[in-house]
Write a protein that binds this ligand. Structure first.
Ligand code: GUN
Length: 288
C-alpha cells in the first residue's frame, strides 16, 4: 500500500510556484495577486480562507482578504464582485462558499469574470473543463488529478466509482476521470443519495473517490482487494484537543488501507492539494 501524500506533494508544488514567482519579481514585474471574498463568520470557512491567504504569502503572491458582514445584500455583494472584475491589480479571486441563505449563490458565481475565476466555478470554465479545453479546473478535483499524476497511478480502463454529486467535487471529478487524458480514461459510475445499490457498486470499483462527508462510511469489507482510495471527506468531529475538534474522512483508514493499493490520508491527502491547485490557477491567471 502506498500513501498518496498530499501534504508533501502540495509542498513540492508550492516550492515550484515560489521559485517561478521569484524569477518574475527579480525581472522587475509585480507578483501574482489573489483576492478572497468571504461573507459572515463561519468558523470552517474563515479557517480555509486564512490558509489560502497564508499560502499566498508563502509563495510570494500578493493577497487581499475582503471580509464582508453576514447582513450584506445580494446587490452589495455583486457590486464587490464587479469591483474585483475591474481591478487590474487582481489576477484572480474566489468567493468562499457557502454564502448566506438570502444570497443566490449561482447568481454571484455567474457574475465572476471567467478570466479571474480561479475556483473554476463559472459555467464557462466548467463547460471548458468538460470539453477538455484549457481553463481553470476547481481546486479539489484538480488536486486529485494532480496527486494521481505525480504518483503515476494508472487509471486507464479502470472502473472509478465517485460517491457524491456536488457541483464542486463529485460532478467535476466524475467528468475528469472519464476524459481521454492521463490520468483519466477510466469508466465512471457516479453514485449518490438516490442510488439503490451503492455497496454493490463500490465493491466493483478499482478506484473509489468518496466526497460524501460521512465519517468512516467506507469500510474494508466494501472494497475490492487492491482498490485505489481517494478520500475527499473533511468532517469536523468534536474531541478533547485544544482546537476542540479533529478532521475525519469518509474512509475507515486503519482497516481500508490494509486492503488498498493506494490511499489518501485525512488529514494530509486531498485537503492540502486544493490550496496548491488554487495557487497554480492564480499563477496561470497572472500569465494569461
Ligand atoms: N467552500 C468549500 N470548498 C471551497 C472551494 O474550493 N472554493 C470556495 N470558494 N469555497 C469553498
Amino acid at each position: 500500500m502506498i500513501i498518496l501524500d498530499g501534504k508533501k506533494t502540495s509542498a513540492d508544488i508550492k516550492d515550484e510556484i515560489a521559485s517561478e514567482v521569484k524569477s518574475i519579481t527579480l525581472s522587475g514585474d509585480r507578483p501574482p495577486h489573489l483576492a478572497a471574498l468571504i461573507v459572515g463568520n463561519d468558523g470552517a470557512s474563515l479557517t480555509y480562507v486564512g490558509s489560502k491567504v497564508k499560502a499566498c504569502e508563502k509563495v510570494g503572491f500578493d493577497s487581499t482578504l475582503l471580509s464582508l458582514p453576514e447582513s450584506i445584500s445580494e446587490q452589495e455583494l455583486l457590486n464587490k464582485v464587479y469591483e474585483l472584475n475591474n481591478d487590474d491589480k487582481i489576477d484572480g479571486y474566489i468567493v468562499q462558499l457557502p454564502l448566506p441563505k438570502h444570497i443566490d449563490t449561482q447568481k454571484v458565481l455567474m457574475a465572476v469574470d471567467p478570466k479571474k475565476d480561479v475556483d473554476g466555478f463559472h459555467p464557462t470554465n466548467f463547460g471548458k473543463m468538460a470539453l477538455k479545453l484549457p481553463t481553470f479546473i476547481s481546486a479539489t478535483p484538480n488536486g486529485i488529478m494532480e496527486l494521481l499524476k505525480r504518483y503515476k497511478v494508472s487509471t486507464e480502463g479502470k472502473h472509478t466509482v465517485v460517491i457524491g454529486r456536488s457541483d464542486i467535487v463529485g460532478k467535476p471529478i466524475s467528468i475528469l476521470m472519464g476524459l481521454k487524458t492521463n490520468p483519466g480514461n477510466s469508466t465512471v459510475t457516479l453514485v449518490h443519495s438516490r442510488t439503490n445499490n451503492i455497496e454493490d457498486l463500490i465493491k466493483q470499483a478499482d478506484i473509489v473517490i468518496s466526497a460524501l462527508g460521512v465519517p468512516n462510511f467506507i469500510k474494508d469489507y466494501m472494497i475490492k482487494d487492491g482498490a485505489i482510495i481517494i478520500d475527499v471527506g473533511i468532517t469536523r468531529v468534536p474531541d478533547d484537543s485544544v482546537k476542540g475538534y479533529k478532521i475525519v474522512g469518509d474512509v475507515d483508514f486503519e482497516n481500508v488501507s490494509k486492503k488498498s493499493s493506494f490511499i489518501t490520508p485525512v488529514p494530509g491527502g486531498v485537503g492540502p492539494m486544493t490550496i496548491a491547485m488554487l495557487l497554480t490557477n492564480t499563477l496561470q491567471a497572472y500569465k494569461n
